[in-house]
Each structure stands twice: as C-alpha cells, then as structure tokens.
Design a protein. Structure first.
Length: 288
C-alpha cells in the first residue's frame, strides 16, 4: 500500500501529464513494432519531387529474411492514418505565400488551409482549427496553438483556457460576436508542445492574409510564443505585456498588445491581476 507521500508524488505526475497534453496511454490500434522488420518509423512519408531535389538512388540493401515461428500468425501492419508529400521548408513557405495571396475571402482562405500540406503538424492533428468568432471584428486575438479540445472540435480556444478567455472578454463587454480568435499555427502540436519557429513561419503567410481580411483595429497577443512571433522580439512575456504598440503585418498597420495566456492564468491564478490591467488597457484603446 502506498504511503501519503508516494501517493502525492504520483498524483502530481499524472497532473503534469494532463497539463502537457498526454490524454491517452495507447493508440487506437496496437502496433507490433517487431513485425515492421527493417522499415523505420515514418517510412510512409516522402518528400515530394517538386519540393525537394532528387538524390541519386542508393543500392538496395537486402535484409536477411527472418524464419517464421511455427504456428504463429503473421500480424498485419495497419496503414498510416495520414499520408501526404512533405515539402522542404523554403518550398513550403513559398507555397504558403502563393496560396494565401490568392484567397479573396476568409472562406477561401480556410479552404486553402484545409488543402495545404506544407506544415508537418497536419500529419498528427485531427482537425484544422482556423478561427472562432466574427469574420470582421475590431479586436483580433492570436494565441499559440490548438490544444486537445480544440483539435477535437476544430475551433481555437474552446477548452478550459478558452472558457476563461470568454470570461475575461465579457469583463470588458466583449463577446464572441465582437472578436476574431485564432492562433499562430492552425494544427495541434503533438503533446501540446510549443510550435517550432519553422512551423510558425510556414503558417505565417496565412496568418498575415487572415489579418488583412479581418481588418482589426487592435490585435491581442495571448502568451509569449504568439507575442514573440508576431512582434519579432526575444523578450519574455512579462517584459512586453500590457504595452500598446503600432506594428505592420502583411499589408496592414495595426495596434497590438500582448498579455498572459489564459492557460498560464489557470496554472497561476495570482497573475490574473496583471491580465486584468491589460484588459483595461484594451478597453481604453477601444474607447469603451
């Protein structure tokens, strides 16, 4: 029987797993790694011929056949759930710029994103999370990335952090119909990790075009990852939050303010007083 100290340690470990996005212990179907033979993980993904230079073929390496165990059944390998050609980074960014530039409406931009295969996050995510709220709004909120609940529903900020965000906005008389909510990447990173700079850069042309189409008066950047990416700064969120600044993104000049991410506020309730100051600054900037 576990003592109280050991029980507390295990409880804290499980809580940490939950916070970082570990929501299941196994996949939907079992994987027999021994049955893969000499095939490495990820062998089904290949760089497209158009995106990457062709390399000279290597000599085929013959694997030594393994004798089957008498009476044993040969397991069948399940096909990968997602397969699409992965473009090299520079080609993916260029393809994103071209595709985003051709979108004349948010509906076209969303459809283009759904077809776009240049971001590796799409291979592991369940759904595209484009935006939530009004297609045209005075305030646009940009977060870091979708989480588990967002990935399942296909909308940004619908989990616990999203519920807190809605309450924060309501405190300054703003509802979902008054704002446009999105993230710097449109697919959930595995384990809810922070998006890599490359993943954010590939999605950047779509974000810029989204801002042009929404035409907000003020952008609210939720959390350090979003603030650093959009403002192109290296300072931490505590140093850059709460300050109105004029920025140019895409073809739009707009005011922006950074604040703390609602997920951080759930973990650190004492920081809500700082977020409240930022919301008052937002309210004042809108003339409310």
């Amino acid at each position: 029987m576990l003592d109280k100290a050991r029980t507390a340690e295990l409880t804290a470990l499980l809580a940490w797993y939950r916070d970082v996005g570990v929501d299941q212990a196994v996949e939907d179907a079992p994987t027999d790694w021994l049955a893969r033979g000499n095939l490495p993980p990820g062998h089904a993904f290949r760089a497209s011929a158009e995106a990457a230079p062709q390399l000279p073929p290597r000599e085929a390496v013959r694997a030594t056949p393994t004798a089957p165990i008498p009476g044993a059944q040969t397991p069948q390998l399940a096909a990968p759930r997602r397969q699409f050609p992965a473009a090299v980074p520079d080609a993916a960014v260029m393809a994103a710029r071209t595709a985003a530039r051709d979108a004349a409406t948010l509906e076209e931009l969303g459809a283009t994103l759904a077809r776009f295969d240049g971001c590796s996050l799409k291979a592991t995510a369940k759904n595209l999370c484009f935006y939530r709220g009004a297609p045209k709004a005075r305030v646009m909120l940009i977060g870091e990335a979708p989480g588990r609940d967002e990935d399942l529903e296909g909308k940004p900020f619908v989990g616990r952090a999203g519920q807190l965000l809605d309450k924060m906005l309501a405190a300054v008389q703003l509802g979902e119909s008054d704002v446009h909510i999105t993230n710097i990447v449109y697919w959930r990173p595995p384990g809810n990790r922070t998006p890599t700079p490359q993943e954010a850069q590939v999605c950047r042309p779509f974000l810029e075009r989204q801002i042009e189409l929404v035409a907000p008066e003020l952008i609210v950047l939720l959390g350090g990852a979003a603030a650093k990416h959009v403002l192109d700064v290296t300072d931490g969120i505590m140093r850059i939050r709460g300050k109105l600044r004029d920025i140019e993104i895409g073809s739009v000049r707009v005011r922006a303010i950074a604040t703390l991410h609602p997920a951080y506020l759930l973990r650190t309730p004492a920081a809500k007083r700082l977020a409240w100051r930022d919301l008052l600054t937002l309210k004042s900037a809108l003339g409310a």
